[in-house]
Design a protein around this ligand. Structure first.
Ligand code: ZN
Length: 124
């Protein structure tokens, strides 16, 4: 796993669906309490308030917004083997201060999606 820039991350997830727009968004609630390795180097515990999903990649791939360390981490929720941890795929530092958080695409606008979840989850 390599730590990406926001632009590199955006390129990798450009075909993924913003979570609020996913017609059948993957339900992450059953995974509450499940550990995942994060782009920051730590292992966090999944919780939809502190690491809400913002993008659904299908095939159990989800992009999480990790409040504690301010990183965006794409994980594979379930692989072929029922391991305890979710697998980290790739991620980047969340560039909170940058214009549009460093995202550039007109569609999908991941920054708009992230704003929704900051307001609904991170700011609780
Ligand atoms: Zn982290």
């Amino acid at each position: 796993m390599s730590k990406l820039t926001t632009k590199e991350l955006e390129k990798k997830i450009k075909m993924w669906i913003p979570y609020s727009q996913a017609p059948q968004a993957f339900n992450m609630s059953p995974y509450t309490g499940k550990p995942f390795d994060c782009t920051c180097g730590k292992t966090h515990i999944y919780n939809n308030l502190t690491s809400p999903p913002f993008v659904d990649g299908g095939m159990y791939k989800m992009g999480l917004m990790v409040k504690e360390c301010k990183h965006l981490s794409a994980v594979k929720v379930r692989g072929f083997f029922n391991t305890d941890k979710m697998e980290l795929l790739f991620g980047c530092k969340f560039e909170e201060k940058k214009k549009r958080f460093g995202f550039t695409l007109e569609y999908p606008k991941f920054d708009e999606e992230i704003k929704i979840w900051i307001a609904e989850r991170w700011e609780l």
